[in-house]
Design a binder for this molecule. Structure first.
Ligand code: NAD
Length: 376
């Protein structure tokens, strides 16, 4: 099978879909791997590194038109879909709920599109779960970035010059990113509070040494896939009121609250920011899906009432070497799982749980039920 990786086109995207290590793994399985020249620059992987791994450096147009499988990080530019081989497979993040334009193009041109966001959160799919691998890193980077912006230290220090109290960090949303943010802040010596609408995470928060803030919001719960359910407007107002005090006491607030496939809930209002300490820092990890913080802007850092609000995009891309290492492994695991070694074909069996969820278009049809429902 011919597997290709064109260079990412967005300037903010520093991650890559194939590293020299995964290129070697794919070549050893008998695949041909084609990489566009300088595609690995942001992770300091040279064309020579890819060649040494057994890959070939190829012109972008040739990769697009000749690959059986194309791997990328971000969704493709629309004009690159029609030039792909009919029946080819395209695997990347696709933002499928927002990018129905791309999904329709894939259908029209008979391309099988696999969305890495839709890999199910099951034990068997864990090794392909790119949302988790990247969220984990985002949680780490959020705390490191906030710590760097804060004009205080995080740990307690007892010195002859006096005692410094530990910094207070409040993590809102204790999913994959939130739990890593808690662990990172604890490692740096901060005192950490956390909240999530799913009560089941209380134990996980406590096991990391943080305090779970209890807020009685009535019925909240989670979906069968472990995702949070959307709160009512009343519940959200209740949540904000209960959180305002904790935010006012915190030096760093990290928000990671998301509702899968929907706009992120607005959790921190301008009024709450007014009451925060000057110099404190908020990192809005949900900024790309609508934002948890009123006023946060994608790709920007702004100040409101002397509180810095960080809305930087693509936080995993700030640790592009490890983010690429994990993402490329997620993709390679996907390919290896569905590669039929005996028949030497790539089999995407739509009765399989993983394919049923992640394969969005196949043989000229939109086959993913939730996405199909949005297009009819
Ligand atoms: P996510 O990115 O969708 O959301 C982040 C967190 O925000 C979640 O914990 C969610 O409960 C929380 N949240 C939503 N609304 C909120 C609000 N108003 N206030 C506070 N918090 C709010 O979630 P995720 O990190 O992708 O994880 C989703 C679930 O999937 C978790 O239960 C996680 O443990 C589970 N998971 C399972 C596997 C697996 O079994 N293989 C892998 C990864 C994740």
């Amino acid at each position: 099978m011919r597997i290709g990786m064109p260079r990412e086109t967005e300037s903010f995207e520093t991650r890559v879909a194939i590293t020299p290590a995964t290129a070697q793994r794919l070549v050893q399985k008998g695949h041909t791997v084609n990489i566009e020249s300088r595609a690995g620059k942001s992770i300091q992987a040279t064309d020579e590194d890819y060649k040494n791994a057994g890959a070939d450096i190829m012109d972008r147009q040739d990769i697009l038109t000749s690959s059986d499988v194309i791997l990328r990080v971000l969704p493709p530019p629309p004009e690159e879909i029609p030039v792909m081989k009919r029946d080819a497979v395209h695997i990347s993040f696709l933002d499928p709920f927002q990018r129905l334009d791309l999904i329709k193009l894939f259908r029209e041109h008979n391309i099988t599109a696999v969305s890495m966001e839709m890999i199910p959160r099951s034990t068997i799919a864990q090794k392909m779960d790119a949302l988790s691998s990247q969220a984990n890193l985002a949680g780490y980077v959020a705390v490191i970035t906030a710590a760097e912006r804060l004009n205080k230290i995080l740990p307690m220090m007892m010195t002859p010059a006096g005692t410094i109290a530990p910094c207070r960090v409040f993590v809102i949303g204790a999913g994959v990113a939130g739990l890593q943010a808690i662990a990172t802040a604890k490692r740096l010596g901060a005192r950490v509070d956390a909240f999530d609408t799913r009560p089941v995470v209380e134990e996980q928060v406590a096991s990391l040494g943080a305090k779970f803030i209890k807020i009685d919001l009535g019925e909240t719960g989670q979906t069968k896939d472990g995702y949070a359910k959307k709160l009512t407007d009343e519940q959200l107002a209740q949540q904000r009121a209960a959180m305002a005090k904790i935010c006012a006491q915190s030096d760093i607030v990290i928000t990671t609250a998301q509702i899968f496939g929907k706009k992120a809930p607005l959790i921190i209002t301008k009024d709450m920011i007014q009451d925060m300490k000057p110099g404190s820092v908020i990192v809005d990890l949900a900024v790309e899906s609508g934002g948890n913080v009123e006023g946060s802007c994608i790709g920007e850092e702004i100040e409101l009432n002397q509180v810095r609000i960080i809305g930087l995009r693509n936080l995993p891309g700030r640790v592009s070497v490890h983010a690429s290492q994990m993402y490329a492994q997620n993709l390679t695991n996907f390919i290896e799982t569905f590669w039929d070694e005996q028949e030497k074909t790539f089999r995407l069996d739509l009765s399989d749980d993983i394919c049923q969820s992640a394969v969005v278009t196949h043989q000229g049809q939109i086959v993913q039920e939730r996405i199909k429902a949005l297009t009819t």
